[in-house]
Ligand binder design. Structure first.
Ligand code: UDP
Ligand code: MG
Length: 313
């Protein structure tokens, strides 16, 4: 029988997991598939793990995976994807912002032959104008700097076929910008539009500092344009300085201008100093990432893994 696995990364989600399981189980009952769900505990500090274990005791379709500490959502997701072998895999948040009921629509599209079916948010209700603006700006910058057509307003909520998962599993980079990796893999992709719900319980783990780092991650993982940008800024600054130099020289020769250089000197020195520091910073971003990759550490470490009890798979 064709199988479907749902991978759920969770960090301090103990409060909402039972409701999540109830809704996912209801969806499973309507599907003509061998379904299972894998909860990944990303080093939670609340009762998430014990809730997961009790869900597993109550339902044979539940598997659990516990990481040795908090590795972040991208790596929790990666760990989950490495531990499922179903024909189709759905990735979904534990906080019920992505409605599990949509999985049935994903499966229908997958049966039409699409390898990747992702949910696109129709509305961003309850988000501030500033958040909407920064997110729109991010997608625009991303589109211009990389060749990847990363779909807008699309999170990690998606279904992937076995061959798409197998392709994704070959990308073992440590700095994981999942949206970019999902897109890089390619294969026929379809989108389903949905409305994102507010969180069921608990708090979002995101803030603007994390979002900023996320954006840096995305750009430096998929584009080397900023490295070239430093060159262009340098060339332009040098040209301007050259023309300015000729003007100053000519003025001194023709009009015998006494050199009153202090203000302009300061401006030029500060400007060039700023540009150089910026360029160094950009190089540092890439160098730091190369350093992290070169250490070849494992992406994550497993504390415990309990497969589904239903032994028919
Ligand atoms: N998450 C995780 N590890 C982390 C942070 C978050 O596994 O370090 C999980 C979290 O439990 C949730 C999902 O990632 O299932 C999305 O997190 P969150 O709701 O905080 O993000 P948002 O929806 O605000 O983008
Ligand atoms: Mg959320």
């Amino acid at each position: 029988m064709t199988s479907l696995s749902v991978v759920v990364p969770a960090y301090n989600e103990g409060e909402g997991l039972r409701e999540f399981q109830r809704r996912v189980a209801a969806v499973f009952d309507t599907l003509d598939l061998d379904c299972s769900v894998l909860y990944v505990d990303d080093g939670s500090r609340d009762d998430t793990w014990s809730v997961m274990e009790s869900l597993r005791a109550a339902d044979g379709r539940v598997a659990t995976l516990k990481l040795s500490r908090n590795f972040g959502k991208e790596l929790a997701l990666t760990a989950g994807l490495d531990h499922v072998d179903a024909d189709a895999v759905v990735v979904i948040d534990a906080d019920l912002q992505d409605p599990p009921e949509l999985i049935a629509d994903f499966v229908a599209k997958w049966r039409e032959g699409y390898d990747v079916v992702y949910g696109t948010r129709a509305s961003r209700a309850g988000e501030t104008a500033f958040k909407k603006f920064t997110s729109a700006a991010f997608y625009r910058v991303m589109e211009r700097m990389t060749d990847l057509p990363i779909p807008r307003d699309t999170g990690d909520f998606r279904l992937m076929s076995r061959r798409a998962i197998d392709a994704l599993k070959q990308l073992r980079e440590r700095q994981r910008f999942m949206k970019g990796l999902f897109t890089w893999v390619g294969f026929p992709q379809a989108s389903i539009v949905y409305d994102r719900d507010p969180r069921f319980a608990g708090d979002s783990k995101w803030n603007y500092w994390r979002l900023w780092n996320f954006a840096l991650e995305g750009i430096t993982s998929f584009s080397s344009f900023p490295l070239r940008l430093a060159t262009y800024v340098g060339v332009v600054a040098a040209l301007v300085a050259f023309v300015f130099g000729i003007v100053v020289f000519a003025k001194a020769l023709i009009f015998g201008d006494p050199v009153r250089g202090y203000p302009s000197l300061m401006v030029v020195v500060l400007f060039l100093g700023g540009v150089q520091l910026m360029a160094l910073g950009v190089i540092g971003e890439y160098l730091g990432r190369t350093y992290v990759e070169s250490k070849q550490r494992p992406l994550y470490l497993i504390d415990r893994h309990h497969p589904p009890r239903s032994g028919d798979r």
